[in-house]
Design a protein around this ligand. Structure first.
Ligand code: SAH
Length: 250
């Protein structure tokens, strides 16, 4: 008998922002696998379950373990924060299945990814085209990341930065800012959201020139506006379209 593997996104933090389906899948699983701080967010759902937690760097081990348990017939929930398909476990699990020619029933349950959580707290910075870039060069060469920042900046995309800074990766955000400043003014709005929808949530609206890159950490999402983004009443707004296409006068 083969079990089932749920790849569950639990959203940015508080369970209010997880979907009913995500909660149902965790409740209905025999085993829950995840990074320990994510499991803390869902600890109310874990009583009576086998729980396997591990450190951040062990994504492949977590994937392997989840697959093995599901192949043995268990219902397994592999939990990611935000969405499981965005810089998270869904790819690792599906790649592992593909690489080893394994077949298993898998259900992927989407969650609110950090870009959307941060955007909601900032206003409407994603009202037009945007690019999402992770500044983590642990799995992708920095050269490639830099190239994408450059192209997104040239394309005037709003730019969402995941993994902006950690204690070891402490120069990438400054470098990203330098690159974007070649194409945008120092007045360009920037939003910095830490711990979105969790304890310790902070939201700052600043500018590309004035941003304090040192305050970013591994639980921070940074949104850099396009040339058309502006700030009104503390909120970053990227217009939905070009003004002449619609009239907003009340
Ligand atoms: N799967 C996750 C992303 C994992 S990468 C998702 O869909 O959101 C980890 C990065 O996500 C962090 O470095 C940070 O940039 C962002 N992040 C995760 N949780 C966050 C939160 N609560 N508030 C702000 N950013 C967060």
């Amino acid at each position: 008998m083969s079990g089932k593997l749920y790849l569950v996104g639990i959203g940015p933090g508080s369970l209010e922002y997880a979907t009913p389906r995500a909660i149902e899948a965790i409740k209905g699983s025999d085993v829950v696998v995840g990074y320990k701080s994510y499991l803390k967010l869902v600890e109310d759902l874990l009583s009576g379950k086998e729980v396997v937690s591990s450190g951040m760097r062990h994504e492949v081990e977590r994937a392997k373990l989840g697959v093995e348990l599901a192949l043995k017939g268990k219902k397994v929930a592999v939990v990611s924060s935000g969405d499981p398909g965005v810089y998270a476990m869904a790819s690792v699990v599906l790649e592992y299945l593909a690489e080893n020619a394994l077949r298993l029933e898998v259900e992927i349950i989407p969650g609110i990814t950090s870009a959307l959580a941060a955007a909601a707290l900032l206003g409407s910075p994603l009202g037009n085209d945007f690019a999402v870039i992770s500044l983590s060069d642990l799995l992708v060469p920095w050269r490639e990341i830099e190239r994408r920042i450059e192209l997104a900046a040239r394309g005037d995309f709003v730019i969402v930065l995941y993994n902006p800074r950690s204690s070891k990766r402490n120069w990438q955000l400054d470098r990203a800012r330098e690159i974007v400043l070649r194409y945008r003014t120092s007045e360009t709005p920037v939003g910095i959201v830490k711990n979105a929808y969790r304890e310790g949530c902070t939201v700052e609206v600043t500018t590309l020139g004035g941003m304090d890159t040192e305050q970013a950490d591994m639980l921070t999402t940074v949104i850099i506006g396009s040339s058309r983004s502006f700030v009104y009443d503390g909120k970053i707004i990227t217009p939905r379209g070009y003004k002449r296409k619609y009239s907003l006068r009340g």
